[in-house]
Design a protein around this ligand. Structure first.
Ligand SMILES: Cc1ncc(COP(=O)(O)O)c(C=O)c1O
Length: 365
């Protein structure tokens, strides 16, 4: 065994990398096409990208040679105005992913447990494992609703956090607020991940003052089109926010991301209009997918639709779409093996997608 293999933590030796959507560089290599030439519906990004104001502000900024503000003062103030929550409770990160990681590092001792509600966003169990926590999985039911009684049964003295993606990724459905309340009333720390809030408009932000065990995560990757700049934020109980600010990497949110957030929030009405366009496209795409024999589209309040292939092989469909330069998301886990998650694209992209699926399934003209 090599030296380096010996110093790796044994419990991480079988760690599989996060199976991410295809990156722009890989796409170029694989297809010889640039990112703009591919119909990329696999990562719930905003098909319209960021606002032109963001690009303009970035090109005019003259101080990239200087470190950004480690205290995130201006950023936290802008986020405070946006959320209505005091800045001291807000911590920004390089994507909300980074805040999940930080939270685990702050809270988890080896052997602690987190409760995860799969199928759901993969990074909760990813970072839990990295931090040495045991992930207790309570599967969602056939409609992807959480199983409240079973969650309560699985709470132990070792339970540190429960993660609820709301809406859930990949299923696109919401957890009723009264369920979240019931769990909060148990006194366990609950992370409500509202990465898709601007699409769903459902939030528990107004409960933050009343529950000192509630944490909320948000992202600029989806609605604001800033996925590549990596910026998200969380709203935490005061003491936790204070500790997160102490342990975070000082410059976790880079200067470009900070500028992009300021510009996006300044021009948020424009972004909201874009969100509206995406939402009407979601309805149009949903109706078209529903009309395809063999595809069951799940209702969604987010910017993606989970489709269950009732008569076809989902991985074959995903591969066939890929061959045509259309990327959608496949999850190679038993519960989702018959499913495809499709992000809402521009109208013309959605039309090509639907036509391609129809052709692949032999429904084409
Ligand atoms: C539910 C959920 N939470 C968090 C994230 C991560 O977002 P970010 O890009 O801000 O790290 C995603 C991204 O897909 C997500 O689906």
């Amino acid at each position: 065994m090599s030296e380096s293999n010996n110093i790796i933590r044994p419990e991480l030796k079988s760690f599989a990398p996060y199976s991410a959507h295809t990156s722009p560089d890989t796409l170029k290599e694989q297809f010889g096409l640039s990112i703009d030439e591919i119909i990329k519906l696999d990562a719930n990004e905003n098909p319209y990208g960021c606002l032109p104001e963001v690009n303009r502000a970035l090109s005019e900024y003259k101080s990239f040679g200087v470190y950004p503000d480690a205290g995130q003062q201006e950023l936290r103030n802008s986020l405070s105005k946006y959320t209505g929550i005091e800045p001291e409770r807000i911590v920004a990160g390089a994507g909300s992913d980074q805040l999940i990681d930080l939270l685990m590092r702050l809270i988890i001792r080896p052997g602690d447990e987190i409760i995860n509600l799969p199928p759901t966003f993969g990074m909760y169990s990813f970072y839990a494992r990295l931090a040495g926590a045991r992930t207790v999985s309570v599967e969602r039911d056939g409609n992807f609703d959480i199983n409240l009684n079973e969650i309560e049964n699985r709470i132990t003295p070792l339970t540190r956090l429960i993660f609820i993606a709301n809406p859930n990724n990949p299923s696109g459905n919401l957890t009723p607020k009264k369920y979240i309340k019931r769990l909060l009333d148990r006194g366990i720390y609950i992370v409500v991940d509202e990465a898709y809030y601007e699409f769903s408009r459902e939030t528990v932000m107004d409960w933050v003052e009343n529950y000192d065990n509630l944490m909320i995560l948000r992202s600029f990757s989806k609605w604001a089109g800033l996925a590549g700049l990596r910026v998200g934020y969380g709203v935490f109980p005061l003491e936790i926010a204070d500790y997160l600010m102490r342990i975070k990497d000082p410059y976790s949110v880079n200067a470009a991301a900070q500028i992009a957030v300021t510009e996006s929030l300044k021009n948020r009405e424009r972004l909201f209009k874009q969100v509206q366009i995406i939402l009407s496209e979601r309805q149009r795409l949903y109706d078209k997918l529903r009309a395809i024999d063999g595809i069951v589209a799940c209702p969604s309040v987010a910017n993606y639709i989970l489709c269950i292939c009732s008569k076809c092989n989902a991985s074959m469909v995903v591969q066939e779409l890929k061959n045509r330069g259309i990327l959608v998301r496949y999850f190679d886990v038993p519960r989702l093996r018959h499913c495809i998650r499709i992000s809402i694209g521009k109208p013309e992209q959605n039309d090509i997608l639907v036509e391609s699926i129809r052709e692949i399934l032999g429904e084409g003209n």
